[in-house]
Design a protein around this ligand. Structure first.
Ligand code: F0G
Length: 465
């Protein structure tokens, strides 16, 4: 198990601040008007209406001076940019895969992989869904099947590896549909929707043996896998003396390829990639990327973006970086936990997830408690969080009903290297103020629902009475 003291003691940031971005303060009246205008959806707020922005850790990192310097090395050639080759080298050194296709962000890579590997009628098991990942599987004619351990669906469970695959569930799927209809398992590092929860190396070893036996590929969602590696180092017997860099390589070594949203772990504002070891799959991805993203040596990115990514990857595996990054998340989480706010445990790496059902037990799940709570937190002090519950889960394509996920969460997501400990104090004080008056909070009804990924653009209004 994690030793929180170990996490906390040494988390001071391994950098100092060279440039600052001024923040906007708003009045309560302005925030109420902004919320109305945004249809009670924090995605639809303008960023200038936000004081502390904890919407996402995606593309919101502060880049280092070296990354900014890397931008100046941009080789903006349409083909064969030097930056592409530097990125290939950085990915090979840290992730270990042979072949790389850059994409504009994670979902671009998901699109390529889903189209290449999934045939209509296939099943794609995964350690919990992610919104864009599942949608691309469905658009390719596949069906996602959740094979994560049960503990992942229980916010209060303190199981240290809630990102683990339940091999019995996977075995059941294989015997129900046959391994021929399972092209790959989608394995996510530090599972986002479960609260930023890691899988263990032991579990991955077991999964690897199972998948080799049944000839099923393991495709990693590497988006937050450096953070997963850090948890393995902290929590798993036998890995405490290995570096994050070594652990990351070992994880990748046990998988067949990955999709990556470099906007998280890799500390860039835009970028992603698809990587794999099979030449056959690579050639298909290299060809398909031309249709959707751009030539295979830039995949929708400027040369300078690829150079910043190559450098960001190198910085992401630094122990001091991860200790400070995850230490800050723990700092916020422990403040909330000790005040009795219900949060997902153990605390994850990229965010604190408030259990909105336990926070607002008087609301039915179809009154969108997490959406309502995110709106209240914004109204209280201009802090922007995100719903990860009934709205994000969307509707079952067969029945058309809301999916009613077990987890109904509000995510306070921490951008990397952006906010200070004092900001975390303000966030905690705000949540506690909202917690005090929680019985007054009303539910919401959805008044506009887009067809795809509805959480981004849906609009709501408070339920009267
Ligand atoms: N996989 C995971 C686990 C993610 O968290 C995300 C994005 C993606 C894939 C897609 O990557 O945005 O670069 O296209 N997550 C963001 C978030 C949006 O806020 O959690 P993308």
């Amino acid at each position: 198990m994690t030793n929180p003291a170990r996490v906390r003691r040494s988390w001071a940031e391994p950098y100092k601040i060279k440039t600052v971005e001024l923040l906007h303060m708003t009045t309560r009246e302005e925030r109420e008007a902004a919320l109305l205008e945004a249809g009670y959806n924090t995605f639809l707020l303008r960023s200038r209406e936000v004081y502390i922005d904890l919407l996402t850790d995606s593309g919101t990192s502060a880049m280092s001076d070296r990354q900014w310097a890397a931008l100046m090395l941009g080789d903006e050639a349409y083909s064969g940019s030097e930056n592409f080759y530097n990125l290939v080298e950085s990915v090979q050194e840290h992730y270990g895969y042979k072949y790389l296709v850059p994409t504009h962000q994670g979902r671009g890579a998901e699109n390529l992989m889903s189209q290449i590997l999934i045939r209509p009628g296939d099943f794609i098991p995964g350690n919990m869904y992610f919104t864009t990942t599942r949608l691309h599987q469905e658009l390719s004619g596949g069906q996602f099947v959740d094979v994560i351990v049960d503990e992942a669906h229980v916010p209060g469970s303190t199981f240290p590896f809630k990102g683990n695959v339940d091999l019995r569930k996977l075995e059941q799927l294989v015997s129900d549909v046959g391994a021929d209809h399972i092209p790959y398992i989608s394995l996510e590092g530090n599972v986002n929707m479960a609260g930023g929860q890691p899988f263990s190396m032991q579990n991955l070893h077991d999964l690897h043996a199972f998948c080799r036996k049944h000839d099923i590929l393991i495709m990693l969602d590497a988006t937050r896998t450096v953070e997963n590696a850090w948890f393995i180092q902290q929590r798993e017997e036998g890995w405490g003396d290995k570096s994050v860099k070594q652990i990351l390589l070992e994880i990748c070594n046990l998988t067949d390829g990955c999709t990556m949203s470099a906007k998280k772990d890799s500390l860039v504002n835009i970028g992603g990639f698809f990587a794999c070891n099979s030449e056959e799959i690579y050639l298909k991805a290299q060809n398909l990327v031309v249709v959707y993203e751009g030539l295979h040596t830039y995949g929708g990115l400027a040369g300078r973006d690829m150079e910043a990514m190559a450098q960001g990857i190198r910085e992401s595996v630094e122990e001091a970086h991860q200790a400070a990054r995850i230490g800050q998340v723990y700092y916020l989480g422990e403040m909330l936990e000790s005040a009795g706010v219900p949060i997902v445990k153990p605390i994850g790496a990229h965010a604190i997830f408030i259990d909105a059902r336990a926070f607002l037990p008087h609301l039915d799940q179809d009154q969108y408690p997490a959406q309502a709570l995110a709106a209240e937190i914004y109204k209280e002090a201009g802090i922007r969080a995100m719903e990860r519950g009934n709205v994000s889960a969307g509707r079952d394509p067969e029945t058309g009903e809301n999916r009613h996920p077990k987890l109904e969460l509000v995510r306070l997501t921490l951008p990397r290297r952006v906010y200070t400990q004092a900001h975390m104090d303000v966030v905690a004080e705000t949540i506690l103020d909202v917690f005090e008056r929680r019985t007054e909070i009303r539910g919401l009804e959805m008044i506009y629902e887009p067809e795809y990924l509805r959480f981004f653009q849906a609009r709501f209004q408070p339920i009267e009475g």
